[in-house]
Write a protein that binds this ligand. Structure first.
Ligand SMILES: Nc1nc2c(ncn2[C@@H]2O[C@H](COP(=O)(O)OP(=O)(O)OP(=O)(O)O)[C@@H](O)[C@H]2O)c(=O)[nH]1
Length: 194
């Protein structure tokens, strides 16, 4: 038998599009840059929109995460339809130091569900800035209770200290895979990797 015949077939990575949504300055860009480039930038530059790609290995399957870091939302932002049509999963980010930002992810989820016309989409709730202990306005339990209510995953993170950032994206891939509705034709863009 030739060496080629004994080699396992190479599985193409699956493309998964993930959007980070949440109020301004909760750390969406910092989380993304920490995950993709392993750096933390202390200064604040409001985002318009950026897309990053990064390979993720999850349960023996390779994925290419296309990560869309969006401009911060407020209650007056019009939900951008393109964030609903083409996206496999949503990371809804609040800051544990801001009750307003926690309330904002509820508004954002309502807008997503309205737009998609469904009652469930893959979501991971993330309470970022967990390093700012003295400034907390939202407890870990409040985040967990909301996740239980929405039947989704949740986690707290610190982009600053690179705590749980990889986990956020792993949870997101897990939530997406759990949803049965991921059309395989979305893997076509595999040549975009890295
Ligand atoms: N202490 C602490 N500061 C953080 C953390 N994550 C982000 N920051 C800071 O919070 C500020 C806002 O961070 P960004 O990542 O720009 O926030 P954003 O959500 O992308 O903001 P928009 O682009 O306006 O939507 C910056 O000064 C960051 O350095 C964190 O985990 N801990």
């Amino acid at each position: 038998m030739s060496a080629a015949a004994t080699q396992a077939p190479v599985k193409s990575p699956k493309l998964r599009r993930i959007a980070l949504l949440g109020s301004r300055a909760v750390g969406k860009s910092s989380m993304t840059i920490q995950f993709v480039e392993n750096v933390f930038v202390d200064s604040y530059y409001p985002t318009i929109e950026n897309t990053f790609t990064k390979p993720i290995s999850h349960h023996g399957q390779e994925y290419t995460a296309e990560i869309i870091d969006t401009a911060g939302q407020d209650e007056f932002s019009i939900f951008n339809g393109k964030h609903a049509l083409d996206i496999h999963g949503y990371i809804l980010v609040y800051s544990v130091t801001s009750k307003l930002s926690f309330d904002m992810i509820k508004i954002i989820r309502d807008k997503i569900l309205n737009y998609t016309g469904t009652d469930w989409v893959p979501i991971v709730i993330v309470g970022n800035k967990s390093d700012l202990h003295g400034q907390r306005q939202i407890t870990t339990e409040e985040g967990e209770e909301l996740a239980a209510l929405w039947n989704c995953q949740s986690c707290e993170s610190s982009a600053k200290h690179n705590e749980n950032i990889g986990r956020v994206f792993e949870l997101m891939i897990g939530e997406i895979e759990q949803s049965t509705n991921v059309p395989e034709e979305t893997n076509k863009k595999e040549c975009l990797i890295l």
